[in-house]
Ligand binder design. Structure first.
Ligand SMILES: Nc1ncnc2c1ncn2[C@@H]1O[C@H](COP(=O)(O)OP(=O)(O)OP(=O)(O)O)[C@@H](O)[C@H]1O
Length: 689
C-alpha cells in the first residue's frame, strides 16, 4: 500500500514536472512574429533617441535643391523649400514617439486607477468614477481633441500629450472596470481578502497582474492612436507646425500640394513610419499576451522535457495502486473530555438570503461545538446550507446573505471567548488566518492563475507577518510546501502547472501558513480522483495530529466524512438534524434522513449491498412545509411530524459518546426508542434499520 501511495505521489510530482525555469518567460519573445515586432519597435526607438544626432542636415534649413526625389545626397529627397526629408523624419521620429508614449503613459495610468478602483470598490465610488468615464466616452473624441488643441497654446508636444490623454483614457477605464468586476468575484480574490490582504494589495498584487495583458494591449494601442491623433492634429495645423514630427511633415506636404505634384517622397515616409510602427507594436502585443499568461507560455513552447514529463506521468498513472479500502479509518486521538476543550461554539445561528420578494433561511437555528484538535464533519445534500454555514463562521458571507441571529464564539488561548460576529473589520483581519483559516472548494479557482504558488504563500506571510524578512518568508514558504508534500522546487510553479491534488495541497499550505487553530474546509477534495482524495485526507489527518488544529470539514461524501471526522453534523433544509460521534453515526444513524443518506453510499466495509436513494428532493427553503422539513420524504413520518418542528433531542447511549442528538419526534421522551409513536411505526423503524 505504501508503494502504491508513493507511486501516486511520484505520479503527481511527475505530472507537474513541466519546465518552469526562471527564464521560461523569455521564450514568449522568441516567436518570429513577436521578434519582428520587437525589431521594428526597437529600430524606431533607436532612431527616436539618436535621430537629431545622426540627421545629415538641419531639418529646417532651406536649400536650392527643391523638390528633389531621393538621391545619394538626400536619401529621402527634399521639400519645396529644399529641406532634407530624411533629417525631418529623424527629428520627427523623436517627437512622434514622445507624444505617443507620453500620452499612452498618462492615459493608461488614468484608466488603470479609475477602472480598477471603480470595479473593485463598487458602490458610490464606482458610480462616480463610471459617470466620469461615461461622460468622456459620450463626448466625440475627435471634435473634443480638435477643440482642446485649438484652445491650448501651441506650446508643442506637452499640450498635445495632455489633450490626447484626456480624450483617450475613458475606454480603457471602462474595459478594466468590467474585467475587475468579474475578477473581484473570483475565488482567488475572495481568498486574498480572507487571508487579510489589504485592499491596495489585492488590487495591485492580485487583480492588476491578471489585467496586464489588457493594460499592455491598451497601452500599445494608445501609443499608435496617439501618434495617429498627433499626426491628424498636425495635419490640420492645430499643433506647433515648426516642431518636426511625422504629422508636421504631412502638414507641410499637404499645404505645399505634394500629393498633387506627385512628390511622393515627401509624404510617403511619414505615412509608412506610422503604419510600420503600428504593426510592430501589435506584434509585440502578441508576445506580451504570451508572456503575461503563463498558460499560453506553457502551451506554446511544448519542449521535449515537458513532453517527456507528460509521458512519465501517464505511465505512473497506470501503475497507481488501488484506493485504500474504505473503512480503514486512520486512528484518531481518542476523545478525552478533560483535554478536548471547546474552541468554537456556534449558538442558534440564523443566516438568511434576503431577496426582494422572498427570504431563504439557509441556516436555521444551528448550534454546534468544535473541540480543540478535532474534526467536525458537516454532511447533507446540496442546498442544505453547509457552505452558507462555513461562510458565516468565517464571516465571508456576502449580500444577500445576512446573519440574522445567534452567535459564533471563539475560545482564545487564555480561555476568554470572543464573538466572531461582533469583531470589527480590523479584529477580523487579524483573526482570520492567524486563528481561523479556510481551504476553499476549488483550488484551481482559489489560486491566482498569474502568481506562482510561492508568491501566493508569500503574500499571506507578508500581510500578517510584516516583521519577517524576505529570507525568513522564503524559508517558511519552503517549509510549508514540505509540510503538505509538495516538492520544494515547485515553489516557482504556476497553479496550472500543478496537478489537481498538488493545487489542493498548495491551498492547504496557504491555510496552514500562520499556524491557525481552526481550518474550515469546504469540499476540499471535490473533483479529485479517489487516490488523490485519499492522499489529501491522509495528509490533513497527519497535519492535524502533528500541528493540533481543529477542522470544520464540509463534503457531500459521507464515507469520507466518517473516516475523517470525530463528530458529524447532518444538515437538512438549513437545520442540523443529527449530531453524533462519527463511529456511532456510522454504526447506528438515528435520523431517518441520516439513514437514507448512509443507505445511498457504498458501505465502508462488509458485504456489498444495493444502494438506495432518498425519494423526492429537498424542499424549497423559501416555502418550507409545516412541521419537520423531511416529513414529506420520510418513510417513518406520522401525523405529528407535519405539525411540529422537531428540536434536537438528546439520544440515549453510552456515557463515552461525545454528542448524540437527533431532530426527530421518534426519539421524544427518553431518546432511546420510538415509545411514543403510533402503532406500526416501531416495526417500520426496525425494518428500516
Ligand atoms: N446568493 C444566494 N441567494 C439566494 N439564495 C442562495 C444564495 N446562495 C445560496 N442560496 C440558497 O441557500 C441554500 C443553501 O445553499 P448552500 O450553498 O449553503 O448549500 P450547500 O449545502 O452548501 O450546497 P452545495 O453542497 O451544493 O454547495 C440553498 O437553498 C441555496 O439555494
Amino acid at each position: 500500500m505504501a508503494i502504491a501511495a508513493a507511486t501516486a505521489v511520484e505520479a503527481e510530482n511527475a505530472e507537474t514536472d513541466t519546465p518552469t525555469s526562471r527564464f521560461a518567460w523569455m521564450r514568449a519573445f522568441r516567436r518570429p512574429w513577436t521578434l519582428t515586432g520587437i525589431v521594428i519597435t526597437a529600430v524606431f526607438c533607436i532612431f527616436g533617441i539618436i535621430g537629431p544626432w545622426v540627421a545629415p542636415y538641419d531639418p529646417s534649413a532651406v536649400s536650392k535643391a527643391t523638390l528633389q526625389p531621393p538621391s545619394p545626397e538626400h536619401w529621402l529627397g527634399t521639400t519645396q523649400t529644399g529641406q532634407d526629408v530624411l533629417s525631418q523624419m529623424l527629428y520627427g521620429t523623436q517627437i512622434s514617439l514622445l507624444v505617443g508614449v507620453g500620452a499612452a503613459i498618462v492615459a493608461t495610468v488614468l484608466s488603470v486607477l479609475v477602472g480598477l478602483a471603480a470595479g473593485y470598490l463598487g458602490g458610490l465610488s464606482d458610480e462616480l468614477l463610471s459617470l466620469l468615464a461615461n461622460v468622456f466616452l459620450v463626448i466625440p473624441a475627435l471634435p473634443l481633441t480638435v477643440i482642446l488643441a485649438s484652445y491650448l497654446p501651441k506650446s508643442g508636444s506637452l499640450g498635445i500629450i495632455l489633450v490626447i490623454s484626456i480624450t483617450g483614457w475613458a475606454w480603457g477605464a471602462r474595459v478594466l472596470r468590467a474585467q475587475t468586476l468579474s475578477l473581484r468575484k473570483r475565488d482567488f480574490v475572495e481568498a486574498a481578502r480572507a487571508t487579510g490582504e489589504r485592499t491596495s494589495s489585492i488590487i495591485f498584487r492580485d487583480i492588476f497582474p491578471n489585467q496586464i495583458a489588457v493594460i499592455a494591449a491598451s497601452f500599445l494601442g494608445t501609443v499608435t492612436g496617439a501618434i495617429l491623433t498627433q499626426a491628424s492634429l498636425a495635419f490640420l495645423g492645430l499643433t506647433n507646425v515648426t516642431e518636426w514630427s511625422w504629422g508636421t511633415i504631412l502638414y507641410w506636404a499637404q499645404v505645399s500640394s505634394a500629393m498633387l505634384t506627385g512628390s511622393w517622397w515627401w509624404f510617403v515616409p511619414a505615412g509608412l513610419a506610422i503604419a510600420l510602427l503600428g504593426t510592430g507594436l501589435s506584434l509585440v502585443n502578441f508576445g506580451i499576451d504570451e508572456f503575461i499568461n503563463p498558460r499560453l507560455r506553457q502551451a506554446g513552447i511544448g519542449t521535449r522535457k515537458a513532453q517527456r514529463a507528460q509521458v512519465r506521468a501517464q505511465r505512473a498513472k497506470v501503475v497507481r495502486g488501488p484506493a485504500r479500502v474504505r473503512g480503514q479509518r486512520p486512528p484518531h486521538q481518542p476523545y478525552d473530555p478533560v483535554t478536548s476543550d471547546v474552541i468554537l461554539r456556534i449558538e442558534n445561528l440564523h443566516v438568511d438570503y434576503v431577496g426582494e420578494n422572498s427570504v431563504t433561511p439557509a441556516v436555521n437555528d444551528v448550534s454546534l461545538t468544535l473541540r480543540r484538535g478535532e474534526v467536525l464533519g458537516i454532511a447533507g445534500e446540496s442546498g442544505s446550507g453547509k457552505s452558507t454555514l462555513a461562510y458565516a463562521i468565517t464571516r465571508l458571507h456576502k449580500p444577500p446573505a445576512q446573519i440574522t441571529g445567534g452567535g459564533i464564539f471563539y475560545t482564545n488561548t487564555d480561555g476568554s471567548t470572543t464573538d466572531i460576529l461582533r469583531m470589527s473589520d480590523n479584529e477580523l483581519r487579524d483573526f482570520r488566518w492567524d486563528e481561523l483559516s479556510i481551504v476553499f472548494q476549488s483550488a484551481m479557482h482559489a489560486l491566482n492563475p498569474v502568481l506562482t504558488v510561492g508568491a501566493q504563500l508569500d503574500d499571506v506571510l507578508r500581510a500578517h507577518r510584516p516583521e519577517l524578512s524576505s529570507a525568513d518568508r522564503a524559508a517558511r514558504v519552503v517549509e510549508l510546501l514540505g509540510l503538505v508534500g509538495i516538492q520544494t522546487d515547485r515553489v516557482n510553479a504556476y497553479p496550472h502547472e500543478l496537478s489537481g491534488g498538488m493545487r489542493q495541497r498548495a491551498m492547504i499550505a496557504v491555510g496552514l501558513a500562520l499556524d491557525p487553530e481552526i481550518i474550515v474546509m469546504d469540499e476540499p477534495t471535490t473533483a479529485l480522483d479517489v487516490v488523490i482524495q485519499r492522499q489529501i485526507i491522509e495528509k490533513i489527518i497527519e497535519l492535524k495530529d502533528r500541528l493540533g488544529f481543529a477542522v470544520v470539514f464540509i463534503t457531500h461524501d459521507l464515507s469520507l466524512l466518517i473516516e475523517l471526522s470525530d463528530t458529524i453534523a447532518v444538515m437538512y433544509a438549513g437545520r442540523v438534524v443529527e449530531l453524533a460521534d462519527a463511529d456511532e453515526f456510522y454504526r447506528n444513524p438515528r435520523h431517518p434522513y441520516s439513514q437514507g443518506l448512509l443507505a445511498s453510499f457504498p458501505t465502508l466495509s462488509g458485504p456489498k449491498r444495493e444502494l438506495a436513494g432518498i425519494p423526492g428532493s429537498p424542499p424549497d427553503l423559501r416555502q418550507l412545509p409545516t412541521g419537520c422539513a423531511f416529513a414529506p420524504r420520510c418513510p417513518l413520518a406520522f401525523d405529528r411530524c407535519v405539525e411540529v418542528v422537531p428540536p434536537l433531542i438528546p439520544l440515549a447511549g453510552p456515557a463515552e459518546w461525545r454528542q448524540a442528538e437527533a431532530a426527530c419526534l421518534l426519539y421524544e421522551g427518553d431518546g432511546s426508542a420510538a415509545a411514543r409513536v403510533p402503532d406500526g411505526i416501531a416495526e417500520r423503524i426496525e425494518d428500516a434499520r
